[in-house]
Design a protein around this ligand. Sequence first.
Ligand SMILES: Nc1ncnc2c1ncn2[C@@H]1O[C@H](COP(=O)(O)OP(=O)(O)OP(=O)(O)O)[C@@H](O)[C@H]1O
Length: 259
Amino acid sequence: MATPTPTLEARDLVVDVPGRQDGRALTLGIASGQVWGVLGPNGAGKTTLLHTLAGLRPSRAGEVCLEGRPLFGWRRRALARRLGLVFQERHDDFPATVRETALIGRHPFLSPWQQEGPEDHALAAAALARLDLSHLAERELATLSGGERQRVSLATVLTQAPAIWLADEPTNHLDLHHQVAVMGLLAEQAERGGAVMMCLHDLNMAARWCSHLLLLYPDGEACWGPAEAMLVPAALERLYDQALTRVEVEGAPVFVPRR
Ligand SMILES: Nc1ncnc2c1ncn2[C@@H]1O[C@H](COP(=O)(O)OP(=O)(O)OP(=O)(O)O)[C@@H](O)[C@H]1O
């Protein structure tokens, strides 16, 4: 039997943003090979949308389907084998090293008391190397800088190796080199048949790396589609309430805020 294409779908989905009227119902699919960026100002509901797509909070209406089946019909463990989540600012209270944290990515694949095996350790080591963390493998998480911590979150999901990545501001806290490396890593997941949706504040990173964009407005209005169709200066200026100048660099649009 052929492996099903990893696809996460929002069907007439109304995200439950507290204190806000129902916004535009979202009907869109995140398909294999696609990199979706979610853009919008602070408070527009980007994180809430990602949490809803991950099944961590109920929607107001509509449903989320994974591989054609509603999310609520999936067992958490089966879901965790397919769906990887990179969320903002995790503050883990229990002490753990970087390596131990990355290995958490293997938990959906192990039975409750099963120890990680050599293959799990190899996956974690490769993920740490990919995120430039090998030299920090035995360090306690609590001693890391913000950017190092962010890279550990990404390494943990890379160790999990899900088909679908949901990432909330994955380049948060990262220096420019690591921002580009992480966008490249996410694009590579899609090139290998995975699917990615991420919230971003950097319009130019989105323009350069995303195949599709979803613009979320503060009043709940939304539009989505192929990136080139969404990168319209007037729509982006309205989105951010900010005048922009569009220039082109190496064939990609670059948006510069006007003073
Ligand atoms: N538990 C809650 N109680 C009340 N309001 C909430 C709660 N959770 C979220 N909100 C509100 O819902 C709105 C959407 O929040 P969300 O975190 O999804 O926005 P966002 O687009 O991700 O913003 P940012 O760009 O600042 O990360 C915000 O106005 C937020 O204050």
